[in-house]
Ligand binder design. Structure first.
Ligand code: TPP
Length: 340
């Protein structure tokens, strides 16, 4: 299988994918540290889920639309969303495309087809289905990806979205990043059936992949992506990718999780993927070390630089509420910036 990949001239793609994994991990660690230093407010770390996201997104194209969830920063980086767009949102500063108004860590990048992350989990799934329906009606190219965690599969929105997508044969990839927990609740305490198996109940194919291995995910999801692209209907992919840290910067995982995957251990997706790439002769140990150093320097410099960007000015709070300001808005705005 792996030799097949090299023969197809996909070396560059694998290197790029691994590079995005390294970059994402570096940024993730940087944001976590900065949050502990009081420099940013809140974050939902992505460590442990890089290989799953990037393994899938290696099949995606620019025209595809992603309804991501709050742990998909690695996928965004891999799909070309500039680091600055992400860091500005993390700071919620005046260069933030969401103007500092979005819930922290709920990223968006509309120009890169990444929709805004909603806080109520799984509400992105029906939106993805609606978008796929609209795209087909408008004869637009591209497929839609909707990602979510294992806990989100217990919501009514998951079932409604899966059902509707299947009934209408819509081009949607339901991508479950099963990190084993919904905050502190283990997967086995919220569902009796493995998540990928639920596909059958709705009449779509479902598969399970090792989401800790970028190459495994890439190879095993290929057929599923092709199936959706060919207009055959939706699919459900479950990628197992154990969480490596807290749910968010607001909880202490040692209170509920004894088996944490440690960074640098042989269960760390970066270690697993790096080892495989070295074995395949695609990169060397030295190349991997250089990638990590370059990422570290790049992220540190962008993070420190963008910290200097001032917060949005208070009067911008009233922009975009209505097309034309009402007298109430003008009055409230006047209370903040001073009346004439
Ligand atoms: C509809 C809804 N219910 C509950 C919550 C509170 N909540 C926020 S994150 C979360 C855990 C979701 O777990 P999962 O879908 O497995 O994603 P993970 O955080 O593990 O990546 C919960 C329950 C919410 N945001 N929305």
């Amino acid at each position: 299988m792996s030799e097949e990949i090299i023969e197809h001239g996909e070396k560059e793609r694998l290197i790029r994918g691994f590079g995005a994994m390294v970059l994402a991990r570096t940024l993730d660690n940087k944001i976590m540290t900065a949050q502990r230093q009081g420099r940013v407010g809140f974050f939902t770390p992505t460590s442990g889920q890089e290989a799953a996201q990037i393994g899938l997104s290696m099949h995606l194209r620019k025209e595809d639309i992603i309804y991501q969830y709050y742990r998909d920063m690695p996928m965004m980086l891999h799909m070309g969303v500039p680091v600055d767009i992400i860091i500005n949102q993390i700071y919620g500063n005046s260069s933030d495309i969401a103007k500092g108004r979005q819930m922290p860590s709920h990223l968006l990048a509309r120009n890169y087809n990444f929709m805004s992350v909603p806080s109520p989990v799984a509400t992105n799934l029906p939106l993805a289905v609606g978008t796929a329906y609209a795209n087909r009606y408008l004869k637009k190219q591209g497929i839609v990806v909707a990602s979510f965690g294992d806990g989100s599969s217990s919501t009514p929105d998951f079932h409604a979205a899966m059902n509707l997508a299947a009934v209408y044969n819509l081009p949607v990839i339901f991508f479950c990043e099963n990190n084993g927990l919904a905050i502190s609740l283990p997967t086995e305490k919220q569902t009796k059936v493995e998540i990928w198996k639920k596909a059958e109940a709705y009449g779509m194919p479902g598969i399970l992949v090792n989401g800790s291995d970028m190459i495994d995910t890439y190879e095993k999801t290929r057929e599923m992506v092709e199936y959706v692209r060919e207009g055959k209907g939706p699919v459900l992919i479950e990628a197992r990718c154990p969480r490596m840290g807290p749910h968010s910067t607001s909880d202490d995982p040692t209170k509920y999780l004894t088996d944490i995957v440690k960074e640098g251990s042989d269960r760390d997706p970066l270690v697993i993927t790096q080892k495989r790439l070295i074995e395949m002769g695609i990169i060397t140990e030295q190349v991997a070390t250089k990638m990590r150093e370059d990422s570290q320097n790049f992220i540190t410099s962008r993070f420190d630089e963008l910290e200097k960007v001032p917060p949005p000015s208070p009067e911008t709070l009233f922009d975009d509420v209505y097309d034309e300001h009402t007298w109430i808005i003008d009055e409230e705005r006047g209370d903040i910036i001073g009346r004439n």
